[in-house]
Unconditional design. Structure first.
Length: 483
């Protein structure tokens, strides 16, 4: 067996300093190492052209390496000073939004050329949909407790009670969020240090990740833009639980935020893994309500701390409106009597279409049973008729219901980041719908599926980009396919 050639440039685990020279899809900055041996490419996520960065090599191949960002040593000349505390979840908050949109557009178009084999993808470009709220747009945040902090002056980890985010590039170090990050709720984040102090004064320990022990683990917060209320979920272990008064904690939250506190839940998580939602644990209501109500395009949706719901609801309204426009475009030419909403989640898209199109039957399918239960409740709450939801694997559902073959004119696809499994995509193609509206949070897998759809006789008619997450590398795409 031939011996694998070793990388002559960098080794796994090595820490390097690098100038970022280019940008690839998904927020991967591209740097290059040049020497007498030649030129070597290095990918560093969450970086920008013009930055000089410190990064740790996590994968070293013969022709390239992948790194994890540790620090930005020198910013890009394109960056500006931000009034917000920078966090790993918003790596580009110092970059003007126009530049962010430029990088997202260029890198997405490049994906469809390389992976989707559409050389003239720009000819089908419809619109770049911007987020109505550039700041304070998220409706959910998860803050982590940690027994290990970071001393910036000494550049080393220290024993410290922290509440905020994990330090970039680590899993064991926490960093306090001392003020507004610019992406969630301003009042909540400006008071987070007070919540940290309250918990610290209890004398109970925060989670120590290397030792897999401690009491305080996470503080999850959901926000409703309809009511401006906050729903809290404190996640702890069961150890020392009798020593912490949850009712008094809820009273303290009310003293900080008043009527904005919709409720407080408490989750026991004794898993040693780094998960905010336990695989085996309990959740109970301590105060108020266990759900809040959000509104999308005049429809109301009840959501819990565990429900999947669009993280940027105001931008999601624009996303869904684009889906509706594509699905109902040229209604005279396309029969929309049955619209199938696959990977439907809580049924948001299907309900919106049903509310706007008379005599249209919506079939929603999703594997997650709790999401389907929420979908049925929401449809009843909104008095939406003509909607049927099924808790089933998409691929199996299509086999179990052959009666829909050749009867569904429009299919809405909104899969997870992994895209559509090849076998499932073949079953979708066999349904022989005239029109597909494909929503994706991962254009790379969508571009892959595009090649297969074109081979099956579909044409890409339009593509729009939606900026659901300003100051990150993420972008969503809505693509219209027709036979």
């Amino acid at each position: 067996m031939p011996r694998r050639e070793r990388n002559k440039f960098v080794k796994r685990g090595e820490v390097i300093e690098l100038l970022i020279e280019d940008y690839a899809f998904g927020g991967k900055g591209i740097g290059k190492i040049r020497s007498d041996l030649g030129e070597f490419v290095v990918f560093v996520p969450d970086t920008l052209p013009g930055q000089t960065v410190k990064a740790r090599v996590v994968k070293s191949k013969k022709s390239y390496a992948e790194c994890k960002l540790i620090d930005v040593i020198e910013p890009s000349k394109d960056e500006i000073v931000s009034p917000y505390q920078q966090i790993p979840g918003a790596p580009y908050i110092n970059l003007p939004i126009e530049k962010q949109h430029h990088y997202k557009y260029e890198s997405t178009m490049s994906l469809f050329k390389k992976i989707g084999k559409i050389a003239t993808i720009e000819d089908f470009f419809d619109e770049f949909v911007t987020s109505p709220n550039l700041f304070h747009y998220r409706n959910k945040m998860v803050y982590a407790f940690s027994a290990i902090g970071y001393d910036k002056a000494q550049k080393t980890d220290v024993d410290e009670f922290t509440l905020g985010s994990k330090r970039r590039g680590t899993w064991w170090i926490g960093e306090n969020l001392d003020k507004d990050s610019g992406i969630f709720d301003e009042q909540l984040e400006n008071n987070l240090h007070k919540i940290k102090s309250y918990c610290e004064k209890s004398g109970l320990p925060p989670w120590h990740a290397p030792r897999k022990e401690g009491f305080f683990r996470y503080l999850m917060v959901r926000k409703s833009y309809k009511t401006n209320q906050l729903l809290f979920n404190l996640v702890t272990t069961s150890v020392h639980l009798s020593q912490f008064d949850l009712t008094k904690f809820s009273e303290y939250l009310v003293s900080l935020f008043g009527e904005r506190v919709a409720g407080l839940l408490h989750t026991i998580n004794d898993d040693i893994g780094d998960r905010s939602i336990p695989t085996d644990g309990s959740i109970k209501l301590v105060y108020g309500s266990e759900k809040i109500v959000e509104q999308l395009l005049t429809l109301n949706f009840e959501i819990s701390t565990q429900s999947f719901f669009q993280t940027n609801p105001k931008s999601a309204e624009k996303l869904y409106q684009k889906v509706v426009d594509y699905a109902l475009e040229n209604k005279e030419a396309v029969d929309n009597s049955i619209v199938m909403d696959l990977f439907c989640g809580t049924g948001t898209i299907g309900q919106i279409i049903a509310s706007k199109a008379n005599n249209t039957q919506i079939i929603g399918v999703d594997l997650i049973e709790s999401a389907i239960k929420d979908a049925r409740k929401n449809a009843k709450r909104n008095n939406i008729e003509g909607v049927r939801f099924y808790a089933s694997d998409v691929g199996k559902f299509l086999l179990q219901h052959p009666e829909y073959k050749n009867k569904i004119r429009t299919i809405i696809l909104d899969p997870s980041r992994a895209g559509i499994a090849p076998k499932t995509l073949k079953k979708i193609i066999k349904l022989n719908a005239d029109r597909l509206v494909y929503v994706s949070c991962n254009p790379a897998t969508q571009a892959r599926d595009t090649e297969e759809l074109i081979k099956a006789g579909y044409q890409l008619k339009k593509i729009s980009l939606v900026d659901q997450f300003p100051h990150t590398s993420h972008v969503e795409t809505v693509v219209l396919f027709e036979k």
